[in-house]
Write a protein that binds this ligand. Structure first.
Ligand code: ZN
Length: 224
């Protein structure tokens, strides 16, 4: 689904992967659940691209619904993989970058079951990202450190299109935008601080890891 020219959401995956098109090739932000690589490669093909056209895969954080398709995508495309140092270590070791905090025995059993069912293959990250770094994507894609949901979570901001890819730091839902919170949130104070930093960027379009894309995001960021 085209969001704006050269920016697409790969539809019908559990966590949203975004595809960015530049003259020198394609960049993917996040890789979906294990198995999502098939949908992502089919979507590329529907736009007339081959797997080898995918040059970069940027990972916002190491949760299984964002890195599940990473290993087969890297294998099929030869793309270089980018993440923050903290998330890169977790991706290389095949687990999340922070412990979950289930509030009940049932929730703990559910988390354990999910971890076993969706355990993604390990991947060696090629390039480590840091705050303020500019990637040669969409005329300059800025890395914004947004810790809170996980310790090494990053967002990506393209000033040319005023579009912010926020991973799971801000969740888009029926009731609007909310800051990451609850059992899978690493540090609430950091999440709130990151949300304030994101609101100040002046993004016009917000692309979250879950829920619908928000086209008129200015003024809708969570007040924390
Ligand atoms: Zn997450």
């Amino acid at each position: 689904m085209e969001i704006i020219p050269n920016v697409h959401l790969v539809p019908n995956t559990v966590a949203n992967p975004y595809l960015l098109i530049d003259p020198d090739g394609l960049t993917l932000i996040d890789a979906g659940l294990p198995g999502s690589h098939r949908k992502i490669l089919r979507y590329l093909a529907s736009l007339g691209f081959a797997p080898v056209d995918l040059k970069r895969i940027l990972i916002t954080h190491a949760d299984f619904d964002h890195v599940g398709g990473l290993a087969p995508l890297k294998k099929a495309s030869g793309a270089r993989v980018y993440a923050s140092p903290v998330e890169a270590r977790a991706i290389a070791e095949g687990h999340a970058s922070r412990p979950l905090k289930p509030r009940s025995v049932v929730a703990r059993l559910l988390f354990d079951l999910m971890a076993r069912s969706f355990n993604p293959a390990t991947v060696q990250v090629d390039e480590l990202l840091s705050d303020g770094q500019i990637l040669p994507v969409l005329g300059g894609l800025r890395v914004v450190e947004t810790p809170g949901h996980t310790p090494g979570h990053i967002s990506l901001f393209a000033p040319s299109a005023q579009i912010l890819f926020c991973g799971d730091s801000i969740v888009s839902g029926e009731a609007g935008l909310r800051v990451s919170s609850g059992a899978n949130n690493w540090n609430q104070a950091k999440s709130d601080e990151s949300a304030r930093k994101q609101a100040a960027l002046g993004a016009r379009i917000l692309c979250s890891g879950h829920g619908p894309v928000v086209m008129d995001a200015a003024g809708k960021f969570p007040q924390v």
